[in-house]
Design a protein around this ligand. Structure first.
Ligand code: HEM
Length: 400
């Protein structure tokens, strides 16, 4: 009985911290979106749009490109065009987008993912080991930012010994300065924001263009050239990766680790890695690092029996669709309609998923190896406030 109570209380701690993470980012909107989602699966909100909160219906909208587009006037795609140009995947639709995605089909082979993530993982490992050895503690958020920066550096094709090479952490900050320009409820960027975004992209563009022109297939830009991309297309794709792929990852990895620690699952996972994939998948479902997707209706139609009209803004509440399926429980199977919905569905499904999974698994493996040698615990944490993507600002791990 006491053991059951202890497990229940750990579970509550884990879920309470997740709630704090969401409330830190969106103190008003999070409860409102969850509350509205609980009322009806599809709800018209006058002056705002049509809110869709059920997994099967969210998927249905994402799969229907005839009726719902990403690059419409209020969707998130068009926002980026003045900063990164017209061909950045996130701001494309229809045949043009489909053809580009098809050409990128073989982009992330296991070998290419390893070539990008492994060097960054070595830096991560050294940093975590050094932190524990010197101070008995590390800030995981800081470490994951550096990992993400290392991945950006490989995506840009920056040679290790390039003179004036930006440090991995500086590259992360540069990428983050672009993605953080977006704010909820603001469908366009101001002139100042566009100028800021463009100057960050211009810094990233230098190494990309050099690597592209040198055409070395061991670099990511060189590989894009090999796949038939023009220099500008390669630049657009890489900018999209930097913008879309960094914040979600830095949001998710610390939350995954906190969920596993808070719910008392670390020692079991450190001893039996076969349970890791289910735990990661369930943590993705429960945290939903990309909580909302936007689309524009381009013709009249319906979502789950609710009429929509051309011009309607569609708000896809992945956060409610996934979280309403229950508490954090890696032993439960994800219902079919919700599977991988946190990576999207249909034509815009996350192209960076193999890279994201490699970064997630590398970090978790490293931390579980360390835990098996000498257990660590969460010694302190702060949630981020007023940000678009919820997450921890600091998550300090310390040796017991
Ligand atoms: C846990 C980490 C991640 C999550 C949860 C995530 C989630 C998503 C979601 C939900 C979408 C679809 C958006 C929509 O349809 O409106 C998406 C698209 C995309 N993701 Fe990810 N992502 C992650 C990591 C990454 C990484 C590491 C990269 C690359 C470095 C990346 C690159 C992209 C790109 C380029 C797209 C746009 C694809 C297109 O429009 O065709 N993502 N991601």
């Amino acid at each position: 009985m006491t053991a059951v109570l202890a497990v229940g209380s750990r579970q509550n701690t884990a879920e309470r911290w997740e709630r704090r993470v969401h409330l830190g980012a969106h103190p008003v909107l999070y409860p409102v979106i969850r509350g509205l989602g609980g009322l009806r699966p599809v709800l018209r909100l006058p002056g705002v749009g049509v809110l869709v909160s059920e997994a099967g219906l969210v998927r249905e909208v994402l799969m229907n490109q005839e009726l719902f587009v990403k690059n419409g006037p209020s969707g998130s795609g068009a926002l980026w065009t003045p900063v990164v140009g017209r061909k950045a995947l996130v701001n494309m639709d229809g045949e043009e987008h489909r053809l580009l995605r098809r050409r990128l089909g073989d982009l992330f082979t296991p070998r290419s993912v390893e070539g990008i993530v492994e060097p960054a993982a070595v830096v991560l490992k050294n940093r975590v080991h050094a932190g524990f050895e010197a101070h008995g503690r590390v800030d995981l958020v800081d470490c994951v930012k550096e990992l993400a920066g290392g991945v950006i550096s490989r995506l840009l094709g920056v040679p290790e010994d390039a003179p004036g090479r930006l440090a991995d952490r500086e590259l992360f900050d540069l990428g983050s300065s672009i993605s953080s320009l977006v704010r909820l409820g603001r469908p366009t960027l101001t002139e100042r924001q566009v100028a800021k975004g463009k100057s960050a992209v211009a810094i990233l563009a230098g190494p990309v263009r050099t690597a592209y022109r040198e055409s070395d297939p061991d670099t990511f830009p060189g590989r894009l050239r090999e796949l038939g991309m023009s220099e500008d297309e390669a630049m657009g794709i890489i900018s999209a990766f930097v913008m879309v792929g960094t914040e979600t990852l830095v949001s998710f990895v610390p939350r995954l680790v906190a969920l596993l620690a808070d719910s008392g699952r670390l020692s079991e996972l450190a001893g039996d890695r076969s349970a890791v994939p289910a735990a990661v998948n369930e943590a993705l479902r429960f945290t939903v690092p990309s909580p909302m997707m936007l689309r524009d209706a381009v013709a009249d139609g319906a979502i789950g029996g609710t009429k929509v009209r051309a011009g309607d803004r569609i708000l896809l509440s992945t956060i409610h669709a996934a979280k309403s399926l229950g508490g954090f429980d890696p032993s439960q199977a994800t219902p079919q309609q919700a599977r991988q919905l946190w990576f999207g569905a249909g034509p815009h499904f996350c192209i960076g998923m193999p890279l994201a999974m490699a970064e997630i698994n590398t970090t978790l493996d490293l931390l579980l190896d360390l835990y098996a040698q000498r257990p660590w615990h969460i010694a302190g944490r702060h949630v981020s406030r007023g940000v678009l993507i919820p997450g921890y600002r600091k998550l300090e791990l310390a040796n017991a």
